[in-house]
Design a protein around this ligand. Structure first.
Ligand code: ATP
Length: 134
């Protein structure tokens, strides 16, 4: 089975750089499955787990908090503000962030900037907890 290089890069570090056989990501317009030799494309991503498939191995979930995916001829690059492997996730920190975001959502009004910011913080915390649980 053929493979392609997947790189996940944040402003701080390269989170992932390995040969994979398929990935499934949540693009802003819906779910996308990327196999080797996919046509080139660029799309913004949702704050969501991505699934990485490697030949003969269990699926791996990674937490990717928005950003962009670029599918090139020779590799796929995901650039995100933050991203973590399951083992890098501090579960207590994510739980605290979730509680904090939920409190803020109760206080802020739906159309305020603070509300949207708290919503995104809640999504990040939820994705971290999902990914670290699986
Ligand atoms: P917090 O409020 O706990 O800082 P956050 O969602 O605001 O969470 P981000 O701005 O997305 O955090 O990330 C800042 C940096 O901290 C990134 O490098 C990110 O990978 C890391 N990070 C955030 N939360 C966690 C966590 N629960 N476990 C491990 N690393 C985390």
């Amino acid at each position: 089975m053929s493979s392609f290089l997947l790189e996940i890069v944040t402003p701080d570090r390269k989170v992932f750089g390995e040969e994979v056989s398929m990935i499934v990501v949540e693009g802003v317009e819906g779910q996308l499955g990327i196999l080797p030799n996919h046509i080139p494309l660029v799309t913004p991503l949702k704050i969501a787990p991505i699934t990485v498939k490697k030949q003969g191995q269990k699926d791996q979930l990674l937490a990717v908090h928005g950003g962009f995916m670029e599918v090139r001829k020779d590799k796929v690059v995901i650039l995100a503000e933050s991203a973590e492997l399951p083992g890098d996730i501090d579960v207590d920190r994510a739980k605290r962030a979730k509680t904090r975001a939920e409190e803020r959502l109760k206080q802020a009004k739906r159309d305020e900037f603070d509300f949207r910011r708290a919503e995104r913080a809640l999504q990040r915390a939820t994705v971290r907890l999902d990914v670290s649980n699986k």
